[in-house]
Design a protein around this ligand. Structure first.
Ligand code: MSP
Length: 625
């Protein structure tokens, strides 16, 4: 970070239909932390995030609510915007693909690429995943299912427009070979080079309006729209002002794209070939980070195992969550999220190390120096060591951030904090004050200045609580330079900033053994997957008076179950009801029909009532505990 550069950083634009989860929060916090580090270093930063609002899923969701897709997008967008506000994300631009500025740029690029002869019309038959909004080839599938969503694909045959991606295959290979930092980390670069050893297919970029009209109309055929990837990727050049204002565009472009590994192919193959065709320079870097996992699976909505970051924020605060996510993931690798490791990290780094330094320094200054920052006095060897240490940490942290090694940068800062705690123990200013007050003053000034430096270094990661520390020290000095703190400044009063989180004893220890019969352990109960399911279709089973065949939506997945409720409900009554099912029940064949799951109902005598969800906000596929 030289402090003089223009730094353009992007996150993926998230699907507006998704409920924001920790995966989205992670990439956005990561971008925010990098953006803040660069701003502090004096770089001019343009941090872009936003929403991907076109596509079949949006259209279907709007149809279900009987509103227009635009109304649906407008209703959903604030969920992301509010979360970013809550997480203190300081983006510079928030783009939505339904904005006019974007439509214009997409059409402009389509026209350019079409006129160049890189778009053609053809019939296509392929397997499509609505979850990923892209076609898959047979060889990419796992057990015949989408590798991301683990569900069957739709087979589609229709006439469409295609982008000649294959034309740019060799150019892309050469570009990747010549620019070793283009795709990062290295193993992702190798993955893409491996993928490019096979012949590259062309890219289907359109949908007939008869099937999907929630996209951007093709400038050369009014009966077709472009959708998701060809549309979404272009957001990265729309926002900095491509074509409308080339000065602004040239100021910012090329960007650094931060993405999750799930969308590497689209960013490292589709996007560069599109840019080649449109004669736009390549991004500076595409950096794919790993996934937050819960157990073995990716944390995301589709798999129904989401930890909502909002829940953690309300309980523990924004900064500790930001800290944990940044400290715990090695960029490029997967990481496991557990509440246990979150609490452990908080207690050791924030409560014990950083929080402890802060409360020690302020308590000792209050007790021995009338709450005023003391004079440094004559420099002793011990203080010079601390000062040198601080200066080398500042340099090293800058280098690590430049290389996107955030977790190492944080560890470097925390090691410095630990060194200062050690220095305090060795110097024992609480004792020293009795024999050599001016030496004790020097120690406390040094520790307070080290605290200020640590707070400044950690500011991009924890902007709120470090701001409080800087305010308590009454320092406007945001300069990362030793010796800014003013002697004589009165410290403001404060409560502990990182109170220890008490780890609750395991539930089983606290509850006395029950004497009831048929008791099962909590672990056993957890094995039963109860989920909400939306009834899409219901019909009687021929020749079976008591049975109904139901088609259900369970999150991203469609399921069929057979239920013995025909005596109590007409099929039509069930449509659109949000019911509860046991989702991990072994499948069974009932009267020759496959049933995948069982619905829950209360039955007494001749009465039967389905268990239904009475809140509109609970979506299908939500886990019930
Ligand atoms: N709309 C597309 C992106 C278009 S960009 C031109 C999309 N959206 S998404 O809502 O599915 O967001 C995907 C991104 O969310 C991932 O690339 C990653 O940044 C983040 N994550 C989603 N789940 C994640 C984890 N479990 N862990 C970490 N990040 C993950 O794809």
């Amino acid at each position: 970070m030289s402090g003089k550069n223009n730094y353009f950083l992007t996150t993926p634009i998230y699907y507006v239909n998704d409920k924001p989860h920790i995966g989205h929060a992670y990439t956005t916090i990561l971008a925010d932390v990098l953006a803040r580090f660069h701003r502090t270093a004096g770089d001019k930063v343009f941090f872009l995030t936003g929403l991907d609002e076109h596509g079949l899923k949006v259209q279907q969701a709007a149809d279900k609510k009987r509103i227009t897709p635009q109304q649906h997008c407008d209703e959903m967008a604030p969920r992301f915007i509010n979360l970013w506000e809550k997480l203190h994300i300081q983006y510079n631009d928030f783009i939505r693909t339904t904005e006019k500025r974007h439509e214009r740029v997409v059409q402009n690029i389509l026209k350019k690429v079409h006129e160049k002869g890189d778009i053609y019309f053809d019939e296509y038959a392929g397997l499509y995943c609505i979850g990923c909004e892209r076609f898959y080839t047979e060889k990419e599938l796992i057990d015949g299912k989408c590798p991301q969503h683990n569900r069957p694909l739709e087979s589609i045959k229709e006439k469409n427009y295609f982008f000649k991606m294959s034309k740019y295959q060799q150019k892309l290979i050469n570009y990747i070979n010549d620019n070793s930092d283009f795709i990062q980390p290295k193993h992702r670069r190798n993955e893409i080079l491996g993928f490019l050893r096979q012949p590259l297919d062309d890219l289907c970029i359109s949908r007939p309006k008869s099937r999907l009209n929630w996209g951007i109309e093709l400038p050369f055929d009014k009966d077709y729209v472009t959708y998701v990837w060809f549309d979404a990727l272009i957001n990265y050049v729309t926002a900095p002002g491509y074509s409308s204002d080339n000065t602004s565009f040239k100021k910012w472009w090329p960007a650094i794209h931060l993405i999750g590994k799930d969308i590497l192919l689209t960013h490292a193959v589709y996007w560069p070939t599109m840019l080649f065709s449109a004669n736009i320079p390549q991004p500076k870097m595409i950096f794919a980070h790993g996934w937050w996992l819960s157990g073995e699976s990716k944390m995301s909505k589709s798999l129904g195992n989401v930890i909502n970051p909002l829940d953690l924020i309300d309980k523990y605060g924004v900064d500790p969550l930001r800290y944990y996510l940044m400290r715990e993931m090695v960029l490029g690798q997967d990481a496991s999220f557990t509440l246990e490791s979150f609490i452990k990290r908080y207690n050791s780094d924030l409560a014990n190390d950083f929080g402890n330094l802060f409360s020690r320094v302020s308590t000792l200054i209050a007790k021995n120096f009338e709450n005023k920052i003391p004079e440094l006095g004559e420099l002793r060897e011990e203080e010079i060591v601390v000062q040198n240490n601080a200066e080398s940490v500042i340099k090293h942290v800058n280098k690590l951030i430049e290389k996107m090694r955030i977790n190492e940068a944080i560890e470097e800062i925390l090691q410095f904090v630990r060194n200062i705690n050690k220095y305090m123990e060795q110097q024992a200013p609480w004792k020293l004050v009795k024999t050599d007050k001016s030496a004790a003053a020097g120690v406390l000034y040094t520790a307070a200045e080290a605290l200020r430096i640590s707070a400044l270094l950690l500011h991009p990661v924890m902007p709120n609580r470090t701001e409080i520390i800087l305010d308590i020290l009454d320092t406007n000095g945001t300069e990362l330079k030793w010796g800014i703190l003013k002697s004589g400044t009165i410290l403001k009063k404060h409560l502990p900033l990182f109170p220890r989180i008490k780890v609750e004893e395991p539930v089983t220890d606290r509850i006395k053994k029950t004497t009831r019969e048929n008791v099962i352990t909590f672990n056993k109960f957890q094995k039963v997957e109860l989920k909400t399911a939306l009834v899409l279709e219901a019909e009687k089973v021929e020749g079976a008076d008591r049975l109904l065949k139901l088609q259900l939506e369970v999150g991203e997945e469609k399921r069929q179950i057979v239920a013995g409720v025909a005596e109590y409900y007409n099929p039509e009554e069930l449509i659109n009801k949000m019911i509860v099912i046991v989702a991990n029940l072994e499948s069974a064949i009932i009267r020759g029909i496959e049933s995948n799951g069982m619905l829950l109902a209360a039955k007494k005598g001749k009465e039967l009532s389905l268990i239904v969800i009475d809140s509109e906000n609970i979506e299908s596929g939500t886990r019930i505990f």
